[in-house]
Design a protein around this ligand. Structure first.
Ligand code: UGA
Length: 348
């Protein structure tokens, strides 16, 4: 099958490009504004096109018409951006993705849309998030971090309505904190805002800088190894009928921990891996100081993954292996790359 992969140049796309071509034998037509993370994906069956979907409607439509199936990863997915540039976040995550949905509808292409765990918003009473039962609960408008969750949630609702009217076939994936090699980018220790939490803590450890705990580090996240995430997509591709017009959580409920525990675990793993004592200390910082006004955290519940489990998928990598393997990549490949934040890659 030929798959049009939008946002292929981001962290998730760089892994999916490899998995879809090498493991699953598909052809991939990859679109993005950057190919920096795609150097390892070579050979027949893979074509990269430099297309900005917000600027090049023709290039986008042509690519969608060429594929048998479209996977859309295009997104701004770093909370610092939701606070700094909320309108750009809305435009990319809703308006541009809606355009993709309309084009899929016009060309009768099935769409696999990556959404976000963030659509659930603030954790309410309950043990886990269940796709077709749990309410979406967002904070007030002045906490503009929630524009991202609102945009992603609205896109899901439009896809659902289009599905009801029979104008599109779609599957929604809600990722819960995928991590692995090439996630985000490293920063100068002490930097606030910028990438997501793993990259911040890795940067701090490499430079003996502070491990900032936003609002006490009490929020929880459940981390999923990117290889388990690839297998989740493979399961969805293998079950087109069962996955038609459905949303699936993709995460690992067994890998749930607080951000404070994450910092302590990464520090301990860093000392084991390097054989040296880390100079990094855990430092409390407020959400507003770290991200700016308008930030509010989503204290996330773990995902319920029974729905995708019923199709045969289960996450296999535990939290220690997930963190260790990702940290080894940064220790081996990136230790010299403590950079100022580059321009943000616009993909999950
Ligand atoms: C982000 C996106 O909003 C989601 O759409 C996406 O699905 C998710 O990443 C993901 O990677 O799957 P979030 O989990 O809030 O959501 O992103 P992080 O920036 O990694 O924050 C995780 C937690 O760590 C938050 O509580 C944050 O306040 C905290 N944090 C972050 C710190 O305590 N210290 C830091 O240095 C950075």
């Amino acid at each position: 099958m030929k798959i049009t992969l939008l946002g292929a140049g981001g962290f998730v796309g760089s892994h999916l490009s490899e998995h879809l071509t090498r493991e699953l034998g598909h052809e991939v037509l990859a679109l993005d504004v950057t190919a920096d993370k795609l150097g390892h994906v070579q050979g027949s069956g893979f074509e990269f096109r430099h297309v900005d979907i917000a600027q090049d409607d023709h290039g986008l439509e042509e690519a969608i018409s060429e594929g048998d199936l479209v996977i859309d990863l295009v997104a701004y997915a770093n909370p610092s951006l939701y606070v700094e540039t909320p309108l750009e976040v809305f435009d990319l995550n809703f308006t541009q993705n809606l355009k993709v949905a309309h084009l899929c509808s016009r060309h009768r292409r099935r769409l696999i849309q990556y959404s976000s765990a963030e659509v659930y918003g603030k954790a309410q009473d309950g043990t886990s998030y269940i796709e077709d039962e749990t309410d979406f609960v967002l904070g007030p408008v002045v906490k503009h971090r929630w524009i991202y969750a609102a945009a992603k949630g609205l896109l899901e609702r439009v896809l659902h309505a289009q599905g009801l009217e029979g104008t599109i076939e779609y599957t929604i994936i809600r990722p819960f904190n995928f991590i692995g090699p090439r996630i985000d980018y490293l920063v100068v220790p002490g930097t606030m805002g910028g990438p997501r939490v793993f990259a911040h803590f890795m940067s701090a450890l490499l430079g003996d800088g502070p491990l900032f705990l936003v609002d006490g580090g009490t929020a929880h996240r459940a981390f999923l190894h990117i290889e388990d995430a690839n297998c989740a997509l493979a399961t969805i591709l293998a079950n087109p009928e069962a996955a038609r017009n459905q949303a699936f959580n993709v995460g690992n409920p067994n890998n749930d921990l607080s951000v404070r525990d994450l910092a302590e675990k990464m520090k301990q793993l860093y000392e084991e891996l390097t054989g040296r004592r880390s100079g990094s200390e855990l430092v409390d910082v407020s959400g507003e100081a770290f991200y700016g006004p308008g930030y509010e955290d989503s204290n996330r519940l773990p995902p319920n993954v029974e729905k995708l489990g019923a199709l045969g998928w289960e996450p296999l990598k535990n939290i220690d292996d997930t963190l260790r393997e990702t940290m080894i990549y940064y220790l081996e490949e990136q230790a010299g790359a403590l950079l100022e934040a580059p321009s943000q890659a616009a993909a999950v």
